[in-house]
Design a binder for this molecule. Structure first.
Ligand SMILES: Cc1ncc(COP(=O)(O)O)c(C=O)c1O
Length: 434
């Protein structure tokens, strides 16, 4: 039997869904290339022993805090579990310690990575074709892809000079509403954003919250990189400043514990009402949707995360001090190397963002940096990076920029990698000039 693509979900025609496969496929074909493309954490920091210790720590905690016999308690780890999760109380303690977020276990849903949290939130907010999401551009491709799968259009809001252009936000809202659309949320990564690496300044955070409240707009805050503050101070999350219940907060343990556990969470403490009567929290509704998508997040994986939290007094900032230093050194090397090769006053044809932490730098170049050029870069120069087009879907805005990530690289590969990148830039700039 054949299936016509035209009869399958429209999302499959979205080039975004192929972009990720393309990057993985190029990386596989050129295993000797130095990769600034991979935005994953450094695997060097994950050991099987750590994982066994984490499991043991959670098991000890569970049996000490339960009146049931140990074999029953342990069985809960190897069976199905509640859709909203089994470590919600520990996630709340972590949020209090590391993020200054005060919340309750009922407001939390433990998800299969932050990615599932995005799908749940968008699915819940999308009632019909009039519902749209807004996102600060450039936008993490996983969010745009999730919206595509849910069937929800994403309208870009300019990042401006300070991270979110509030005038543009008001303009996009007004235009959308005048067209009969219902903007349901604004997606934003305030800390060390993927792909720019930049942070939203504190004054902008407050102004954004005010604008959201004024416009009755939910903010979806995604914060996988906030703990890797590098040289910068950690700024308060939007959620910790949120007095009006405007923010749905999405977290991930992929970068702070390990990606393979696939554990994230969402804090959705907004009250839901029906006929004027309060029925529960948004988290309860997300839990219902989750029960029809993944049933529950693997209890074994939740146990690994919980064990790590218990072992470090609920601080992943403390647990990751050594890791943070490594990422900071890699970022320093990357920024220093760019300065040495491409000049330092930011006015050149090649210029880049200057993050103080996180994994990413966005580089602007005087030529198209698309998938065809990546293929050439891999085969001719043995260096990989991420084209920015996937972060600006449906627009040409990112055509002359690329994302560099330094998290997964060995420190000694950064200089040779930048030499290869400089050779590509010199070659392509001379093609443009001729
Ligand atoms: C901004 C952002 N959000 C979410 C994710 C995915 O998180 P998870 O692995 O927890 O699904 C990523 C992964 O790269 C990311 O960069």
């Amino acid at each position: 039997m054949e299936l016509a693509m035209a009869e399958l979900t429209r999302a499959l025609q979205d080039p975004l869904l192929d972009a990720m496969n393309f990057l993985n496929e190029v990386a596989e074909r050129f295993p000797d290339a130095i990769s600034f493309a991979a935005g994953r954490p450094n695997e060097r920091f994950v050991t099987a022993d750590d994982t066994a210790n984490d499991l043991r720590a959670f098991r000890t905690y569970l049996t000490a805090h339960s009146t049931r016999p140990e074999h029953e308690v342990i069985r809960a780890l190897f069976s199905y579990g509640p859709a909203k999760g089994i470590i919600n109380d520990l996630v709340c303690r972590y949020l209090h310690v590391d993020e200054g977020i005060e919340t309750v276990p009922e407001a939390v849903v433990v998800t299969v990575g932050a990615q599932e949290a995005m799908v749940l939130v968008l699915r819940a907010l999308c009632r019909d074709a009039a519902d749209v999401a807004l996102a600060v551009a450039p936008t993490y491709a996983g969010f745009t892809g999730a919206a595509s799968v849910v069937g929800m259009p994403v309208l870009p809001v300019s990042s401006g000079d300070d991270g979110v252009d509030l005038d543009d936000l008001e303009a996009v809202l007004a235009t959308a509403r005048a067209a009969g659309l219902r903007p349901r949320c604004l997606y934003v990564i305030p800390d060390f954003a993927n792909p720019t690496g930049m942070c939203l300044p504190i004054a902008e955070r407050r102004r954004l919250l005010e604008a959201a409240e004024r416009n009755r707009l939910l903010i979806v805050e995604d914060n996988p990189y906030g703990i890797y503050a590098g040289h910068g101070e950690r700024l308060p999350t939007l959620k910790s400043l949120d007095e009006g219940g405007q923010v749905v907060y999405i977290g991930s343990f992929a970068k702070s514990v390990m990606p393979g556990a696939r554990v994230g969470y969402v804090v959705a403490d907004q009250a839901v009402t029906s006929g004027g009567r309060r029925t529960g929290l948004l988290a309860d509704e997300l839990g219902k949707i989750k029960s029809m998508i993944t049933l529950n997040t693997s209890p074994v994986s939740q146990a690994v995360v919980a064990g790590r939290l218990l072992a470090h007094d609920f601080s992943l900032v403390r647990a990751n001090e050594r890791v943070t230093a490594t990422y900071r050194d890699n970022l320093d090397r990357l920024l220093r190397g760019l300065r040495v090769r491409f000049g330092g006053d930011g006015a050149q044809a090649v210029h880049w963002t200057r993050p103080v932490g996180g994994f990413f730098v966005m580089l602007h170049v005087p030529f198209r940096a698309d998938e065809a050029l990546l293929e050439h870069s891999a085969s001719r120069h043995q260096v990989l990076w991420t084209p920015m087009s996937q972060f600006y879907p449906g627009s040409d805005a990112g055509a002359r920029s690329l994302r560099l990530s330094c998290s997964a690289l060995r420190p000694q590969d950064i200089e040779p990698g930048l030499d290869r990148l400089a050779a590509l830039v010199a070659e392509q700039s001379s093609v443009v000039a001729s």
